[in-house]
Design a protein around this ligand. Structure first.
Ligand code: AMP
Ligand code: ZN
Length: 492
């Protein structure tokens, strides 16, 4: 299995540190507002990466923090006349709620920065002791980038070149403009904790590094985040780890590409954002997921509502296919000798699974994996159409199971499609009335009603055909014409 490592700029064969186990960490959000769909894209990318690693049989331990103390949180609290803790609490809950709606699996470990102060202080003390950090006169503690000979190892940046090109925060307390704060002395009204260097709070880069060390041990197998975090956040994270514990923070660094609108990165500061909440209030989560997974996780993704509208239909096509396959399997005769068409369909199922795996093994190419899934959908639709009444139950059910299984790896749940198959018992009464049906099965009653409606239409008895349709609609069902014939589905 190949994974692109941002540090080496190459796809590398993935080898976890402990065979069969993967320890991974993805930087979580700063909880000061609803997250936007750009943030969501990064979290989705790693959700699918995690699910695929599990699918491959790895035992994955996945940690993701909540940055619940930060300037943005403090500013928001001041603007709204509340406390930083209340802001963090509100938007931590909002984040978790939206992640659930989006079908993102909970991390195994979700540390909150404000509850990990001790681990951070331990790391800062160690860095000071080893000569990699210094206490400034105002009580800030800084990491000295010049003392770290490896600095720049992740982003490939050279400090001397950086100096000319990049804007950095000018601050008299720092020995070097690129030194970054491990600990920030408290300003009046800010949340703070006691420390050997006075009241203060941790710096952002320090949080992730200390939490990773505490919960997963270093180095970990995979560290992820959006590509905008490579510098300075991840560079600073790994610098601290290397200097504190003489080992890099992670073996593989993975970064998701930016979601863009009109060619520009979606961000709060540019104001060109849609929150995940507002998008999920209007569109099914599966459609948003599918839209995002149609692009490779490292490539930039151009978002538009026009594209999203298109994806809604694509999800329906997928769900419709699984429904048709299940419907057909349920109503088909027992398998006799498999026909050539059955065998060809069976081979196409195996081929689709193989193709899915080989695409995902190639640095999680979800776009290629989806192409394999939709290739199978097309084959299945053709098979159902051409086989007519002569379908194989075993092959048909295997196709629907395979589609469900592969989609589940991408976090798209097709299993709930089945619950739509539960037909109401009242259909039996209608079938007795309109079709002379004598049995007790709701699905047989549905077939009898559809046949009676079809017969009425053939005889141009439009009143009867309409009455049957209206009676069916009265049960919350509608008639759907599919390659496998007409059938009843629950109205969404
Ligand atoms: P933040 O709360 O700003 O630290 O962002 C949370 C995560 O979202 C980080 O991993 C960022 O790299 C990621 N992120 C921010 N903006 C975008 C974007 N436009 N597209 C994809 N990921 C993003
Ligand atoms: Zn981080």
């Amino acid at each position: 299995m190949l994974i692109y490592n941002s540090q080496t700029h190459r796809k590398e064969e993935f080898k976890p540190i402990d065979a069969g186990r993967v320890r991974m960490y993805v930087c979580g959000p700063t909880v000061y507002d609803q997250i936007h769909i750009g943030n969501a894209r990064t979290f989705l990318s790693f959700d699918v990466i995690r699910r695929y690693l599990q699918y491959k049989g790895y035992q994955v331990t996945f940690a993701q923090n909540l940055t619940d103390v930060d300037d943005k949180i403090i500013n928001r609290a001041n603007e709204t006349g509340t406390t930083a803790a209340a802001v963090a609490e509100e938007f931590s809950a909002a984040f978790i709620e939206q992640m659930h709606r989006f079908g993102i699996l909970d991390p195994d470990i979700r540390p909150r920065a404000t509850r990990e102060i001790e681990a951070m202080q331990d790391m800062i003390s160690l860095l000071i002791e080893k000569g990699f950090a210094y206490v400034a006169s105002n009580g800030d503690v800084y990491f000295s980038v010049r003392s770290d000979t490896h600095y720049g190892v992740l982003s490939g940046r050279d400090l001397d070149q950086l100096r000319a090109g990049e804007r950095v925060e000018v601050n008299d307390e720092k020995h070097d403009p690129f030194d970054f704060a491990l600990w920030k002395a408290a300003k009046p009204g800010e949340p703070s904790w006691p420390s050997p260097w006075g009241e203060g709070r941790p710096g952002w880069h320090t949080e992730c590094c200390a939490m990773i060390h505490r919960y997963l041990g270093t180095p970990i197998d995979i560290h992820g985040g959006g590509a905008d975090l490579i510098f300075p956040h991840h560079e600073n994270e790994t610098a601290q780890a290397m200097c504190a514990w003489n080992a890099p923070l992670a073996n593989v660094w993975m970064h998701a590409g930016m979601l863009r609108v009109d060619g520009e990165k979606m961000s709060k500061s540019l104001g060109n954002f849609y929150t995940l909440k507002e998008v999920l209030d209007k569109y099914p989560a599966d459609a948003v997921r599918l839209l995002m997974l149609q692009t490779h996780y490292r490539a930039p993704l151009d978002f538009s509502f026009e594209r999203l509208e298109g994806t809604v239909g694509t999800v329906q096509r997928l769900k419709g296919c699984v429904r048709n396959l299940r419907w057909t399997a349920k109503n088909a005769q027992e398998d006799g000798v498999l026909t050539d068409a059955d065998r060809a369909f069976g081979a196409a199922i195996d081929e689709a699974r193989k193709e899915f795996t080989s695409q995902m093994d190639d640095d999680f190419n979800t776009a290629g994996a989806l192409a394999a899934i939709f290739g199978l959908v097309t084959t299945a639709n053709t098979y159902l159409k051409e086989a007519g009444d002569n379908t194989s139950t075993s092959v048909t059910i295997r196709a629907s199971d395979t589609l469900c299984e592969l989609c589940a790896v991408l976090g798209i749940d097709l299993v709930d499609t089945n619950s739509k198959e539960e037909l109401p018992e009242e259909l039996v009464d209608l079938a007795v009335e309109y079709a002379g049906y004598k049995g007790t099965s709701a699905s047989e009653a549905a077939q009898a009603l559809l046949a009676a409606r079809q017969a009425a239409r053939s005889e141009k008895n439009w009143t009867l055909a309409d009455n049957i349709r209206d009676a069916i609609a009265g049960l919350g069902l509608s008639v759907e014409d599919t390659p496998a014939g007409a059938r009843l589905i629950k109205k969404d």
